[in-house]
Design a protein around this ligand. Structure first.
Ligand code: C2E
Ligand code: MG
Ligand code: MG
Length: 688
């Protein structure tokens, strides 16, 4: 609180109690001297000759008594005076000590202490005023301190001062005051009334504390709690707060519509990893600015409408960054749901202008998911999650896509979440099994090896890989699933090698997914399993699809060479469904090409398909690759493939993928048949 005073600055006004004491003291001394003089004169006049009254017994006796009595009175009075003097000295010393203490406290206190009289005139200002506000004593004296108070706070200050004066008790008050350098300081002030002797107040003692720094830190903390440190955009907490507010309004006013646009930058991780995190941050800041500017643009962009040229798009939109490479727009007061799509298109269009980071030109695209205000949703995070689900769908569909949330998406997302949870549990419960599908030599019909295919054995039945491999791959669970599969299969193969020896020995093929292939230590992990199970690497075949190999051809060449160095064989799976470029495959150290089932199933019906299969086999052979035909179901297909020189086949014609027990039965029967053949041949009888 400030003291509205116009009186000059008086550093040391003589304290009132001392003045009173001193006044009393002079009066006392004067009175004592006067009484002493009068009494001395009286005694002398009665004692000295000339002053003698006629001698009579009565008078001389009375005179002596009078003199003695007067002398005793003088003595008593002087004793009293000396006693009073000593008392006064003690009081004066104590007051002087208190004065010194007051001086010491006020001079050294960091807080600004002011004393104002009953009329609000300034009686005292502690030196802290100069330290905190920069004003010297003279400057303070010549200005009204109310002038320095922020205009918006003046009424409050006056009101508080008045209240303190009336009630005798001041309340805590915060107000802004101008520093000599022109900046604003925040003061926290408390006033106490000085009680007057006859009741009421004599003035106020005001203690002002500079809390500017504390306020700044508090404001900073509050800002950090609600704003993203990198882009200075509202963070998730503030976004949810605004979203909740919008939801409340939309429940009250049915015509108030809003939309949430969930934006995710396509392949931001790639930029971040290749340019470094600092450059990644820079890119995010630029994207935030671009989006902000684009939204402002959207607000004023006109929308053609019959009869009207200009119809502004939604007024308020909040751009927030809930985290990572995600941005969210809360577009309020939509006229029509199509407004949200228009905003999304505008944002995507603006993003196509390249960004410059570290001198590199970078083109960024973003996937956008849109969720609209829905009266059935009560929680802000549910709406945000809907928009996020739609965003994932958009990203799934490709780059720079936009999807609007619908309920089917919600059901899909819930199912997907359930599947993820179930898959994790299944791994713990060891519910994954390996089924083996034989690979057969088309030249002699012998089983040469097996492809291992996963099956999820749930209590409610078997789940096929098509229904879980992709999700398992996306959540990284495939790594553990296939590690177990490979270990189990290697042990199984070793057992079959011992039971059913053949030349060459039975091989095993395993499928590799994108996630596995992207793993840095695929080769070393595989090497470890081979070593632990004692499996000959030459009998292992790893199948990767063309798409995986071609996604990052340079890296693939390195990984494939690492795998090759282990001694394993490599195959291209599902050939014909992806890039279908034998030329490009040439640079990879692969051994086998597996022609996709779709070609094989059509080759006996369609001459063109037959021709394509013929050419693929021919080109593969030219590149030194062996060929496996997938999905042979009919003897005619097998006959055609054999005729075209295809080395191996796989399909229901020979066997469906079955359990290890089934395979063992199959191998036993084949083994005994061929053994009896051999015996029969040896005995010279005709075999077939
Ligand atoms: P794939 O590697 O091309 O495996 C061949 C698929 O074709 C198998 O389907 C097999 O059952 C099926 N198939 C084989 N012969 C015939 C036939 O004559 N007719 C028909 N209609 N289908 C035939 P499955 O077991 O459903 O596996 C599907 C895909 O899932 C596999 O394709 C493979 O890419 C993937 N997969 C399966 N298990 C695993 C695994 O453990 N790890 C990985 N990474 N992928 C796996
Ligand atoms: Mg395969
Ligand atoms: Mg295949």
């Amino acid at each position: 609180m400030t003291e509205p005073s116009k009186r000059p600055y008086e550093p040391e006004p003589p304290p009132l109690p001392i003045r009173q004491v001193e006044g009393q003291e002079w009066w006392l001394w004067g009175f004592a001297v006067a009484v002493t003089l009068v009494l001395t004169f009286g005694i002398l006049s009665l004692t000295f000759p000339g002053f003698r009254l006629p001698a009579s017994g009565f008078y001389s006796l009375n005179l002596k008594e009078w003199v003695r009595g007067l002398a005793a009175l003088v003595l008593l009075f002087d004793i009293y005076t000396v006693y009073q003097h000593l008392q006064l000295q003690r009081v004066r010393r104590r007051l002087a000590e208190r004065d010194r203490l007051f001086q010491l406290i006020t001079e050294n206190a960091a807080d600004m202490i002011a004393v104002v009289d009953g009329h609000g005139r300034r009686l005292y200002n502690s030196p802290a005023y100069q330290k905190v506000l920069g004003y010297g004593a003279d400057e303070l004296a010549s200005t009204s301190s109310l002038e320095q108070v922020h205009p918006d706070d003046r009424d409050r200050v006056l009101e508080a001062a008045e209240k303190a004066r009336l009630t005798g008790r001041g309340e805590r008050l915060e107000y802004r005051i101008r520093h000599k350098d022109g900046s604003w300081r925040v003061l926290e002030s408390t006033a106490s009334a000085i009680p007057a002797q006859g009741g009421g107040t004599d003035g106020l003692v005001i203690v002002n504390r500079d809390i500017t720094e504390r306020k700044r830190v508090e404001a900073l903390l509050a800002h950090q709690a609600f704003y993203d440190g990198l882009t200075n955009l509202p963070n998730r907490a503030l976004l949810l707060d605004r979203l909740q507010r919008a939801m409340v309004i939309s429940r009250r006013h049915s015509d108030f519509k809003f939309a949430v646009l969930f934006i995710d930058i396509d392949e931001f991780k790639v930029f971040n990893d290749s340019l470094g995190h600092e450059a990644g941050d820079d890119l995010l800041i630029q994207i935030a600015q671009r989006l902000k500017v684009s939204l402002r643009g959207v607000d004023t962009v006109s929308r053609p409408r019959p009869g009207k040229d200009i119809d502004p798009l939604p007024g308020e939109s909040t751009l927030a960054r809930p985290g990572g490479d995600e941005f969210v727009v809360l577009a309020e007061e939509l006229h029509d749901p199509s407004d949200a799509i228009r905003i999304s298109e505008r944002l995507q269009e603006r993003m196509t202008v390249p960004f410059t980071v570290n001198g590199h030109e970078i083109v960024v695209t973003a996937g956008i998911g849109i969720a609209f205000s829905d009266p059935n949703r009560t929680e802000a995070q549910d709406v945000l999650r809907d928009a996020e689900i739609a965003m994932y769908r958009a990203k799934h569909a490709g780059k720079a896509r936009c999807e609007v949330f619908d309920n089917a998406m919600h059901v899909g997302a819930v199912q997907r979440l359930q599947l993820e949870t179930d898959l994790r549990k299944a791994l713990e419960l060891d519910e994954f099994r390996v089924h083996y599908q034989p690979l057969v030599s088309l030249q002699n019909g012998q089983i040469v090896g097996f492809e291992g295919l996963s099956r999820w054995q749930r209590p409610q039945g078997i789940v096929m890989p098509g229904d879980f491999i992709k999700v398992a791959d996306e959540i990284g669970l495939i790594l553990a699933i296939n590690r177990n599969l490979l270990r189990e299969a290697c042990e199984q193969l070793r057992r079959w090698h011992a039971l059913f020896p053949s030349d060459p020995p039975l091989t095993f093929s395993a499928n590799i997914t994108a996630k596995q292939f992207a793993q840095g230590d695929l080769a070393s992990q595989l090497g470890e399993i081979l070593q632990q199970t004692g499996m000959d690497p030459r009998l292992i075949d790893l199948e990767i699809t063309e798409n995986i190999a071609m996604a990052d051809a340079e890296r693939s060449a390195i990984v494939l060479s690492e795998l090759k160095a282990l001694g394993v064989r490599l195959s291209i799976d599902d050939f014909g469904t992806g890039y279908s470029s034998l030329c490009r495959l040439q640079r990879f150290p692969v051994d086998t090409l597996k022609i996709d089932r779709t070609f094989i199933s059509g080759m006996d019906q369609d001459i063109e398909t037959h021709e394509m299969v013929r050419i693929i086999i021919m080109l593969a052979h030219n590149l030194g690759l062996k060929v496996v035909a997938e999905g042979i179901e009919k003897p005619e297909q097998m006959a055609m493939l054999k005729h075209l020189g295809c080395e191996m086949g796989q399909g229901y014609l020979f066997s469906k993928p079955v359990s290890a027990d089934e395979i063992e039965k199959l191998l036993t029967s084949r083994f005994t048949t061929s053994a009896s053949h051999t015996r029969a041949k040896a005995a010279g009888s005709p075999s077939d």
